[in-house]
Ligand binder design. Structure first.
Ligand code: RTP
Ligand code: MG
Length: 147
């Protein structure tokens, strides 16, 4: 079982898309094991996007992600990192297909509703930027036996 860090970004929260995001991951069969509504600090934002530190859009990214509350979540499931990024859709807005969260809801690459980790290493780093291990709730989901 793999786990990932998903975050409804400030634009998604402002647009009332938290429920829609949770609904899509729930109906796919993934399992939420952690959830927090919070305003990220600048330190958390810089750590979260550390891989983009040298990019020209880094400052805007940090400003945006700290501009309002976000829904930070940890989800688990088989191959969830790759599969959740399919549910989310491509980064570049012109490549985000209809049926994906970004394809259905986002109009701009830098206002793209949701974040999802891109590797097991980033998932662990990103999870621990927002959650303590003891805040995650693991439980047996009985429906897995039917899937
Ligand atoms: P995220 O980390 O937010 O889930 O997005 P991602 O993996 O799909 O894309 P990533 O390459 O990690 O980029 C992080 C965020 O930076 C903004 N971005 N702007 N102007 C640009 O060329 C550009 N490229 C990326 C996007 O908002 C992206 O979500
Ligand atoms: Mg990324």
């Amino acid at each position: 079982m793999e786990r990932t860090f998903l975050m409804v970004k400030p634009d998604g929260v402002q647009r009332g898309l938290m429920g829609e995001v949770i609904r899509r991951f729930e109906r796919k069969g993934f399992q939420m094991i952690g959830c927090k509504f919070l305003l990220p600090t600048v330190e958390q934002a810089k750590f979260h996007y550390a891989e983009h530190e040298e990019k020209p859009f880094f400052g805007d990214l940090v400003d945006f992600i700290t501009s309002g509350p976000v829904l930070a979540m940890v989800w688990q499931g088989d191959q969830i990192i790759e599969l959740s990024r399919m549910v989310i859709g491509k980064t570049k807005i012109t490549e985000a297909l209809p049926g994906t969260l970004r394809g259905d809801f986002a109009l701009h690459t830098n206002r793209n509703v949701i974040h999802g980790s891109d590797s097991p290493e980033s998932a662990e780093r990103e999870i621990h930027n927002f959650f303590k291990e003891e805040e995650l709730v693991s439980y047996r989901k009985l429906i897995h036996e039917w899937m």
